[in-house]
Design a protein around this ligand. Structure first.
Ligand code: ATP
Ligand code: HMH
Length: 259
């Protein structure tokens, strides 16, 4: 049984964060451990507030679980505070954790700012280097790479590739759910390759919650199983598209995924 370590925030509605991530890992027949970075007040409509976990207590939990259950891959979601991010970075290095997938959660679709500007600089210039792949959506990629993204044309992708190299980011999957058009396209960019996958868009991206969390967790799980990045992306795309197809309205707000 492959083991995936989830480092993410808690969304009590289960639409995003660790509750969703653990279900995804389980649905893909793997085992999830999880260390919570922060608690949020949120429902299917929006995020209202966030309280980060004490960084010393967080580190204590992280070290105990990693020393006992060595993960085959790591998914990092909402970090919650720059202090927690520093602890995560230190421990990625200390335990030499492999196959680290980071979903750079900067701002919720409803507009809640998860990260302040110095924290974003730390992520851009220190944290992402320690990850094997980051999975930004359109808005996150614009902030991280300081580029306007209206489509995934060759000039935009090669600009992102150049900036990744300069910043020491090893690989990146740009998620295109928020771009206009009939297809939801995602692009894996490494230092020497660009690889696209796409699926027909279903419903409205802004009315579905948790797709980014499910995507990065499924990708980390396929990596844990030994898939290379290309195969992991193909399988993740198929898996997440199916979850979106079966998404349901459980509360008063967005549709949620139910792996
Ligand atoms: N309406 C849609 N139909 C099909 N696939 C979609 C749709 N919206 C998003 N996707 C796919 O879902 C995955 C997540 O992408 P998206 O761009 O929505 O991430 P995100 O904005 O981080 O998600 P979240 O809404 O959870 O913050 C990608 O593979 C994307 O292509
Ligand atoms: C806990 C948590 N993680 C990630 C997101 C981004 O979807 C969210 N809304 N809440």
């Amino acid at each position: 049984m492959k083991k995936v370590l989830i480092i993410a925030g808690f969304d009590p509605s289960g639409g995003a964060g660790v509750l969703l991530d653990v279900k995804v890992v389980r649905a893909l027949n793997s085992y999830a451990t999880s260390v919570v970075t922060s608690l949020t007040v949120q429902d299917t409509q929006r995020v209202y507030d966030l309280k980060p976990i004490d960084p010393h207590f967080f580190e204590y939990q992280l070290q105990k679980v990693v020393e006992d259950i060595k993960p085959d891959s790591v998914k990092i979601g909402l970090l919650g505070s720059s202090e927690i991010a520093v602890v995560v970075l230190r421990n990625l290095k200390r335990y030499n954790l492999k196959k680290v997938v980071c979903d750079p959660v900067l701002k919720s679709t409803s507009g809640f700012e998860f990260c302040k500007s110095e924290f974003i600089e730390f992520l851009k210039y220190e944290f992402f280097k320690a990850c094997d792949v980051i999975t930004p959506n359109k808005n996150e990629a614009e902030v991280i790479f300081d580029v306007e993204i209206k489509n995934f044309d060759e000039d935009v992708l090669s600009c992102v590739q150049e900036r990744m190299k300069k910043m020491g980011i090893k690989s990146c999957i740009l998620k295109g759910g928020h771009l206009p058009g009939e297809v939801a396209e995602d692009v894996l960019i490494t230092h020497n390759d660009i690889f696209k996958v796409h699926a027909k868009k279903q419903g409205f991206t802004d009315s579905i919650h948790g797709t980014g969390c499910a995507f990065s967790t499924a990708f980390a799980t396929f990596l844990a199983k030994g898939y290379n990045m290309y195969d992991a992306l193909i399988s993740t795309k198929e898996y997440v598209s199916n979850l979106i197809y079966k998404s349901t309205k459980i509360g008063n707000g967005k549709l949620i995924l139910n792996p």
